[in-house]
Design a protein around this ligand. Sequence first.
Ligand SMILES: N[C@@H](CCC(=O)N[C@@H](CS)C(=O)NCC(=O)O)C(=O)O
Length: 216
Amino acid sequence: MALRLYMHPLSSYCWKTLIALYETGIPFEQEIVDLSDPDARERFVRMTPLGKFPVLVDEDTGKAFPESSIIIEYLAAKYPEAAKLIPADKDLALRVRLSDRFYDLYVHDKMQRIVADRIRPADQKDPAGVARNRAELEIALALVDRDMSSGGWATGLTFTMADCAAAPALYYANQVAPFTEDHPGAARYLDRLRSRPAFARVLEEAQPYMAMFPRD
Ligand SMILES: N[C@@H](CCC(=O)N[C@@H](CS)C(=O)NCC(=O)O)C(=O)O
């Protein structure tokens, strides 16, 4: 098996790459990393010093890639069946990359910071930071609502890397800041994403782990 994905089934950035892999049907092996196990963490950090997953290892070439967007770029460049995730047209490709950045930086990152505060010890909470992240997330969700209310995928009629980024970001954002009532266009986009077989499969595989997600 040429590709091995170091991941955890609850990790939102791993979902992004899993969606790309399931969407394209590229064969790969899952290597679940339990970061709460000190030995597993040490082995993982030896491979990738920042200790963040996903990491994709191409065992044929010995190359290892961290960063979900770079992993998808690698798949799109190397496998013809993944080329559709990043359009050949340069302008369209820029739109996809811009949308991917938007979902990672202004939806996903804000959501992650809100979740991170939930697992901090009581004396290390950062309510001002959480309020700021909630406000910034709300601005981003209003933009999603505006842009996605008429249907389609993140950058048009085809499903791309931007939708791989949007799916976990919006799914978990809706857990920490439910938006379906105030942003029906964004809610319908999330519904479309959930109906996509690749994302439906990721969600199904994550079910046994969902109880580990920190609630308020
Ligand atoms: N920019 C990175 C973000 C990766 C990331 O934040 N991964 C999280 C899981 S969703 C992680 O590894 N967290 C473990 C930790 O920080 O200890 C990407 O796109 O892959």
